[in-house]
Design a protein around this ligand. Structure first.
Ligand code: NDP
Length: 284
């Protein structure tokens, strides 16, 4: 079997066009969705991500501001900046680009962002709301994965989903979103005994490990849906995912490529959440 490729770039473009239309409608009512991104220090990868977020905001007609703080900024100064943005009516979404320098407590920073502007969906209030099936800002990468499946016509109810990885930003929340949609979910991680035993029973595998080409054909059931979250460099420096694409795509039913799979959806769902936050102000 040769897998159907799930084209994240195409699906993201479609979603972004829908978001741009909604943004225009809000602008007609006098509200321009606004995103503030805080970048601390000069991490090259973080800078690239932040620039992309700004560019996408502009393309979709949103207002965006970038606040750059030096690596040496104190936690107090950062928290004060967030407080200021929490009270700024032109800003509907606040994102602090992670990772932060070691002297800053990431948890404290995340918890200082107003849950109403937490467009990354990392605040414990949004996580709790997501877990209890209430309306919430959903974390962007997991949410993007759900949209990819929906747009590809892949049903979830009753399916066995195996999530490899249990980070707070990808593994744990994506499993929860599948559970909310009535899948049976198994989590695997670095202490899992006999990974292949679990993954080879999966109808849907989510690979969020951070190790290049980690999921091989032997891990995958014939015809399974394989979603590759990983962003890694292989030994030659080429961008690759957590899935050994060539061999797995011969066995899977559906597969996401890297690049061009999950990646473009993350930023799209960030835009979606910022729009959602701006829309919420209409009813408050
Ligand atoms: P983390 O490093 O936080 O988590 C990795 C997870 O993989 C951990 O739960 C870890 O287990 C598990 N793991 C590590 N080794 C093994 C193993 N041998 N067998 C089974 N499980 C293992 O990574 P993230 O969740 O933040 O990211 C995962 C990947 O996704 C990375 O490549 C990252 O770059 C990418 N990413 C991509 C995004 C996108 O937009 N496409 C967004 C975010 C991340 P344990 O908990 O036991 O340590």
């Amino acid at each position: 079997m040769t897998a159907v490729i799930i084209n994240g770039k195409e699906i993201a473009s479609k979603k972004k066009a829908e978001i741009a239309q909604e943004v225009q409608k809000l602008r007609d009512l006098g509200i321009t969705p606004g995103l503030a991104v805080i970048l601390v220090g000069d991490n090259h990868a973080s800078r690239t991500y932040v620039k992309n977020k700004e560019k996408t905001c502009r393309e979709l007609g949103m207002h965006s501001i970038l606040i750059e703080l030096p690596e040496t900024v104190s936690q107090e100064e950062l928290l004060m900046k967030i407080e200021e943005l929490n009270g700024d009516p032109a800003i509907h979404g606040i994102l602090v680009q992670l990772p932060l320098p070691k002297h800053i407590d990431e948890t404290k920073v995340i918890e200082s962002i107003s849950p109403y502007k937490d467009v990354d969906g990392f605040h414990p209030i949004n996580i709790g709301r997501m877990m209890t099936g209430q309306d919430a800002f959903l974390p962007c990468t997991p949410y993007g994965i759900m949209v990819l499946l929906e747009e590809s016509g892949i049903s979830i109810e009753g399916k066995h989903v195996v999530v490899v990885g249990r980070s707070n930003i990808v593994g744990k929340p994506v499993g929860q979103l599948f559970l909310n949609q009535h899948a049976t979910v198994t989590y695997c991680h670095s202490r899992t005994k006999d990974l292949t035993f679990h993954t080879s029973q999966a109808d849907i595998i989510i690979a969020a490990v951070g190790i290049a080409n980690f999921i091989k054909a032997e891990h995958v059931k014939e015809g399974a849906v394989v979603i590759d979250v990983g962003i890694n460099r292989n030994e030659t420096g080429k961008l690759c995912g957590d899935v050994a694409y060539d061999e797995v795509s011969e066995k899977a039913g559906f597969i996401t490529p890297v690049p061009g799979g999950v990646g473009p959806m993350t930023i799209t769902m960030l835009m979606f959440n910022t729009l959602k936050s701006a829309k919420n102000t209409l009813h408050s």
